[in-house]
Design a protein around this ligand. Structure first.
Ligand code: PMP
Length: 453
């Protein structure tokens, strides 16, 4: 009864992110009520294994009392402090110091945002200011990678390279350029890693030459492309792109909104390739989704250039909720949980997850299995040789999601017929095995669909 009235109120008043308004009205909302560990319970009391950690964010898992206590304590003591007027609070200062200590190289200066999109947006503002400060305001062109996702603010959506975020919105801007993704499974060059790396290097150089070397401000990458379908670059790809940027004096920006905080194994995925970006963004796992927060990390030279450029003037960028003390208190407690064993468990669980998903390769619908750590995907095809995607008439995004739900599994399914996995790092062996078994059940049921038989 309660659930029914909520569905109706939702239909009438709540606008859902990245959803078909009409499709959502028709399907209605599924209300989640509570959660513990890797299991969420809906309003009907049905338990589901969350194979996607909410929206690749609840890395620590649900229901940690110590996080609740940290937030309550901070709310009681000081629920808000601005960073304007030289003011501040203890938790964000301690958090910035802790993150600087753990981040690669000299990414020592941290600006806190409310999430990933405004972290990315902030980097665009800081990059522009950086080049102005260097006396090169003409460096105002930005390059990112096809299939990339960099958020949903107007500027970030233009760096994003997924048509659904552009169509009807008037982006990308003319100053936002793209190069091809590595997407090994569907790369026209084949899946030879070195050939793909060489081609990407050549394409980046050609794009810079086309725009004009003295005009390019920055290049953005995700260490693993998430929303584009969990596309894992070949080993050495990120490093090669970083080296080109260093050589051409272009700022290299790693968007670690998904990959940060143990998702691929190390605290930041840049460590997988031993690179230090000029700027880095994170969000999601920073607070494990318990409360909104994101961050921009700057290397010393970026911070110093901006500081020198501004002199006594204020750098005119900031939000009311930058460095929110409650979010910072939560992030500090989440970090303690990660380092108290969750990172370690995530590495172990990631090996099991990848092995389990690999075992699905024998299924007639499985074209590709890829991933790194606790970030993985299974790409479905109707013909393994031709790599034919599932027919759009099947509406894979909703049908596969619903089918997994019926099996007690929450897993993201992209419209192309790609399952994406990002389970909480706290998963037990049994939970990882259940994710794989339930996926196989979904694949078996899908094989019986009339559209693909
Ligand atoms: N960058 C990347 C790589 C992301 O995956 C996301 C969100 N999925 C964002 C930015 C935007 O973050 P948010 O949704 O917190 O604004």
């Amino acid at each position: 009864m309660l659930a029914n009235s909520l569905v109706e109120l939702d239909r009438q008043h709540l606008v859902h992110p990245v959803s078909s308004f009409r499709g959502h009205e028709e399907r209605g909302v599924r209300v989640l009520r509570s959660a513990k560990g890797a299991t969420v319970t809906d309003s009907e009391g049905r338990e589901l294994l969350d194979g996607f950690a909410g929206l690749w964010c609840v890395n620590a898992g649900y229901g940690h009392e110590s996080v609740v206590e940290a937030a309550a304590r901070q709310m009681r003591d000081l629920p808000y402090a601005t960073g304007y007027f030289d003011l501040g609070a203890e938790a964000p200062i301690r958090l910035a110091a802790a993150l600087a200590e753990r981040s690669p190289g000299d990414l020592n200066h941290i600006y806190f945002s409310l999430g990933g999109s405004d972290a990315v947006d902030s980097t665009i503002r800081f990059v522009r200011y950086y080049w102005h400060s260097k006396g090169q305001p003409g460096r105002d062109q930005f390059i990112s990678v096809e299939q990339g996702y960099h958020g949903s603010t107007t500027m970030g959506a233009g760096l994003t390279a997924l048509p659904g975020f552009h169509d009807g919105f008037g982006v990308p801007y003319a100053w936002q350029h793209k190069i091809s993704s590595h997407y090994l499974y569907r790369n026209p060059l084949g899946d030879d890693p070195q050939a793909v790396i060489d081609a990407s290097v050549a394409e980046l150089r050609a794009k810079v030459a086309e725009i004009g070397e003295e005009k390019v401000a920055a290049f953005y990458v995700e260490p693993v492309q998430g929303s584009g379908g969990v596309l894992v670059p070949p080993k050495g790809w990120i490093k090669a792109m970083r080296d080109v940027c260093a050589e051409l004096d272009i700022l290299f920006i790693a968007d670690e909104v998904i990959t940060g905080f143990g998702r691929t194994g190390p605290i930041f995925a840049c460590e997988d390739e031993g690179i230090v970006p000029d700027l880095m963004t994170c969000a999601k796992g920073l607070t494990s989704g318990y409360i909104p927060m994101g961050a921009v990390f700057m290397r010393d030279h970026v911070y110093e250039t901006i500081a020198e450029g501004a002199g006594a003037k204020a750098v005119g960028h900031g939000f009311t909720y930058s460095a929110h003390p409650v979010s910072a208190a939560v992030a500090l407690e989440v970090l303690a949980l990660y380092e108290g064993g969750l990172f370690e468990n995530g590495v172990k669980a990631g090996v099991r997850l990848m092995a389990g998903l690999e075992s699905l390769r024998d299924h007639p619908l499985v074209g590709d299995v890829r991933g790194r750590g606790m970030l993985a995907a299974v790409e479905l095809v109707t013909d393994k040789v031709k790599k034919t995607p599932l027919p759009a008439s099947m509406q894979p995004a909703t049908r596969l999601f619903d089918r997994a739900w019926e099996q007690g599994l929450i897993v993201r399914s992209f419209a192309q017929g790609i399952f994406a996995y990002a389970p909480p790092l706290c998963c037990t062996d049994a939970e990882i095995d259940a994710i794989v078994e339930r996926t196989r059940k979904v694949l078996d049921l899908t094989l019986e669909d009339s559209e693909i038989r």
